[in-house]
Design a protein. Structure first.
Length: 217
């Protein structure tokens, strides 16, 4: 007769835990849409290969992002994007003109974009914020400045810091980078439960947002 070898209980337990985790992982992929927030469309597409896509639409503004997701030890879905670009604006010209003050300009022709840029200057008296006019221009008091901070009001995630070159310049032109509308997730945790995800949002404060899985009631 054959002898049955003793079964290693710890191995069986590990296999059971892994199988249970895998089953849960298989149930997570799908499209999830933000609920309970009016006049806004937003959500995630969690793919079976552990990548994700994010979309956000509010008025005429559309933004998107991507990255990878995983499930942590507590069962939360954790989303992370790749390395973010260091700045959303770049300096493209520095010139000396006879006009008074220090002028900053945004390259482009679309007034709906040009009039929504904020320039922030650090001065001994405190920060000075100026919003561009329809031509994409602002003027600061005459002086020698080492850097300028720039923000696009429709994508107000962060200010971009631009170093200003040495020289007798008083007019600078900056350009918006093509990736300014990209959205980045950094350890964004969402709890899966009953066909939905609950947690934070990449662009809004708070942690009580709910995303309903497509096909779920």
């Amino acid at each position: 007769m054959f002898r049955i070898k003793p079964i290693n209980i710890s191995i069986l337990l590990l296999l059971f835990i892994n199988a249970k985790a895998q089953t849960k992982m298989d149930l997570i992929p799908g499209e999830y849409y933000l609920t309970g927030v009016r006049e806004m469309a937003s959500g995630f597409w969690l793919k079976p290969d552990s990548s994700f896509e994010f979309f956000f639409s509010y008025g005429a503004l559309d933004r998107a992002g991507k990255g990878h997701w995983r499930v942590d030890d507590e069962g939360n879905v954790v989303l992370n994007s790749g390395t973010r670009h260091p700045a959303d604006f770049k300096l493209i010209s520095s010139v000396k003109k006879t006009s008074p003050g220090v002028r900053f300009k945004v390259a482009g022709t679309n007034p709906m974009v040009l009039q929504h840029v904020v320039f922030r200057m650090h001065t001994p008296a405190g920060d000075i914020d100026k919003t561009t006019n329809s031509h994409g221009e602002v003027i600061f008091p005459a002086g020698k400045y080492k850097e300028i901070q720039v923000l696009f009001e429709l994508c107000p995630d962060r200010f971009s810091v631009i170093s200003l070159p040495d020289g007798d310049f008083n007019e600078y032109t900056v350009q918006i980078e093509e990736w300014i509308t990209e959205v980045y997730c950094q350890n964004l945790r969402l709890k899966p439960e009953d066909g939905k995800l609950t947690g934070g949002h990449p662009l809004m404060a708070g942690t009580e947002y709910s995303y309903r899985k497509q096909g779920q009631q």
